[in-house]
Design a protein around this ligand. Structure first.
Ligand code: GLP
Length: 263
């Protein structure tokens, strides 16, 4: 894994957007995996700015979102669907037919929905670049502790802590208790992975993900099994990493010796 430690959230957002933009400019029909959550907002803002001011073109980009709450119609203001349109899709030129977000609305056949989502990824040729956030318990997507490291897109029950962490905007007692999420096996098949983390609240999860054992108890640790994962965190989120200096010097040498590995 490559570990970039940025000064602050603004730098994480700028760097992440620069990496995504570079991938799109190299491959205009990039199949891009997207995440929701407050950490991603700054990156989306920067991508929107690049679209407006630097002609960054999303017209051929195909997107796949990681997850969605079960039980919310897409139009619900707290759905990840609404989040994605509010923060990103309403402001760039990804054609609607190229946007894929799991459908968590009640009444559907979830097994079929999940299988169709996997099939859509396969038909598109797989995900080229998957962006991720990280939960305080070290989850990616909504792959809560004890998720199989081989899991595919499916319905997952949320932990009490995740329900608490994500409860803003929901009336008490109305917080969703389950979500559809890409599985760890699905995520690991992406060709490149970029995980963002910001703030002291994520420091423990980031340290466990990067330097702890690979374990289903901290599903972000599965990224250690991926051959091209980049961890982009600010200083606060990096606070518990033990090998910060090494990551810095590894980056400097990578820039000199194998720049193709960088973004
Ligand atoms: C949710 C999402 C994750 C996201 C996490 C962190 O649990 N399913 O994909 O990484 O929230 O969100 P935030 O960036 O708001 O801390």
């Amino acid at each position: 894994m490559l570990v970039f430690i940025a000064q602050n959230y603004a730098e994480v957002s700028r760097e992440a957007a620069r990496m995504v933009a570079r991938a799109i400019r190299r491959q205009p029909d990039l199949r891009l995996g997207l995440a929701s959550g407050s950490t991603q907002v700054g990156m989306y803002e920067e991508l929107v700015r690049m679209h407006r001011e630097e002609a960054l073109d999303f017209s051929r980009v195909v997107t796949f979102n990681l997850d969605e709450y079960v039980g919310l119609p897409a139009e619900h203001p707290q759905s990840f669907h609404s989040f994605m349109f509010r923060n990103f899709f309403d402001h760039v030129n990804v054609p609607k037919r190229q946007i894929h977000i799991p459908d968590g609305s009640l009444g559907g056949n979830f097994e079929e929905t999940c299988a169709q989502f996997e099939e859509a990824i396969r038909r598109a040729g797989g995900i080229d670049l998957q962006t991720l956030g990280i939960g305080k318990d070290g989850h990616i997507g909504f792959n809560e502790p004890a998720s199989s490291l081989a899991s595919r897109t499916r319905v997952k029950t949320l932990t009490r802590r995740t329900i608490q962490d994500n409860r803003a905007g929901f009336a008490s007692g109305e917080e969703p208790r389950a979500a559809i999420t890409m599985g760890i096996g699905t995520i690991l098949e992406a060709r490149r992975i970029l995980l963002l983390g910001s703030g002291a609240g994520k420091a423990r999860a980031v340290a466990l993900a990067v330097e702890g054992p690979v374990t289903a108890s901290v599903t972000a640790s599965a990224l250690q099994l991926h051959r091209d994962a980049t961890i982009l965190v600010d200083r606060d989120a990096a606070a518990h990493l033990r090998h910060k200096e090494y990551y810095q010097s590894a980056l400097e040498l990578t820039r000199k010796l194998t720049p193709g590995r960088l973004w």
